[in-house]
Design a protein around this ligand. Structure first.
Ligand code: TXA
Ligand code: MG
Length: 328
């Protein structure tokens, strides 16, 4: 049976019903596809960890479709967080704040905080409101694999997933930016779809990078988001010896470099737009990976704007290759 369905009203209602009744559904969002379950149902959320083969120490983000749902998940947040919510929701921002007793501990990996996001994708919002409950949803890939930005990327998940709703290619293409307030300071737990610079401008605060001891920032594994092929980061325009290039693929940032002898190549953005590059990143890695290259040589992008999230994902993919994390 083909589990991928269109995003008709009927499909969205069915997706909401499955989630409310404890099942698993792949839902489209503007960042990446999510594997959704009822965030208030511990058994349903355990199913997410099993389907993804995800370790229990990596907590889940709960997705909402109204601000009333927020109150069931977290205690009143600080004014910095409220400012960010007012400006960026619905959208690719996740906030972490003190959790309420309604959130099962499996969702937060036992932490006293919970992560919440109000997605902008109209299908995600409808599915959540038809479900009538907040929806816990990590990216809909096997743990450590590339994130899915198209419905077909999620087919690697097993038959535990009852339905995959196709809402088209994800417009942002990298996961949400995760921000947490701690003792009057804002911390960037993960760079993502909203740039660090914009969050700093709106909040009037510098975003600090957690050092691991000060605040809980789980899930920040050095290796992650990995294709099957090895990833090596190179400088823009850096040449690769012909005998290596022949067996390898190139992920170029923008147009303009000679392709040389690469087996295949992809350009993230002809014009060098970091927003466009982010939206193409995971799909390009999926496509290059299908050629089974010995190496995917990925050109560096600037680390400003969405470039920070792009380079974060590429560095984690490259680290996975070094640690052998992604051996077939
Ligand atoms: O864009 C996104 O955020 C996507 C879509 C589906 O919404 N979701 C996503 O979820 O990226 P996931 O599971 O791949 O990332 C969840 C991460 C965890 O790895 C952890 O870093 C952070 O969110 N997180 C969740 N709860 C947390 C908490 N209580 N404290 C600190 N970090 C938390
Ligand atoms: Mg993920």
């Amino acid at each position: 049976m083909n589990r991928i369905v269109d995003n008709s009203e009927e499909s969205l209602i069915r997706a909401g019903d499955i989630i409310r009744n404890g099942g698993l559904v792949v839902i489209p969002t503007e960042t990446v596809y999510g594997l959704g379950a009822n965030a208030l149902d511990a058994d349903a959320c355990a199913g997410i960890f099993a389907a993804k083969k995800r370790p229990f120490f990596d907590p889940l983000i709960s997705h909402i479709s109204s601000l009333e749902m927020l109150e069931t998940l977290i205690k009143p947040p600080s004014h910095f967080i409220i400012k960010l919510i007012e400006r960026f929701w619905p959208g690719p921002l996740t906030v972490v704040a003190r959790k309420t007793d309604s959130v099962p501990s499996i969702v937060t990996s036992g932490l006293s905080s919970a992560a919440v996001r109000f997605p902008a994708h109209p299908d995600a919002r409808k599915i959540i409101s038809y479900a009538g409950v907040p929806v816990a949803a990590p990216s809909a890939n096997l743990f450590g694999h590339l994130s899915p930005t198209r419905a077909e990327h999620t087919l690697e998940l097993g038959t535990e997933v009852e339905l995959i709703v196709d809402g088209g290619p994800c417009s942002i293409g990298v996961e949400s930016t995760i921000v947490r307030e701690h003792e009057g300071q804002l911390y960037l737990l993960r760079p993502g779809g909203i740039s660090k610079e914009l969050i700093e401008e709106v909040s009037g605060q510098y975003l600090l990078i957690p050092d691991g001891n000060l605040i809980d920032a789980p899930g920040r594994l050095p290796s992650h988001y990995a294709p099957s092929s090895r990833v090596i980061i190179i400088e823009e325009g850096e040449s690769v010896p012909a005998e290596l290039a022949e067996k390898s693929c190139l992920l170029a940032f923008r147009n303009g470099r000679p392709e040389g002898h690469f087996r295949c190549s992809a350009v993230l953005s002809q014009s060098g737009s970091l927003v466009e590059a982010a939206s193409n990143l995971f799909n390009a890695l999926h496509l290059l990976d299908e050629h089974n290259p010995e190496v995917i040589y990925a050109e560096q992008t600037p680390q400003t704007g969405l470039g920070l999230a792009i380079m974060d994902r590429l560095k984690k993919a490259a680290a996975a290759a070094v640690s052998g994390f992604n051996c077939r």
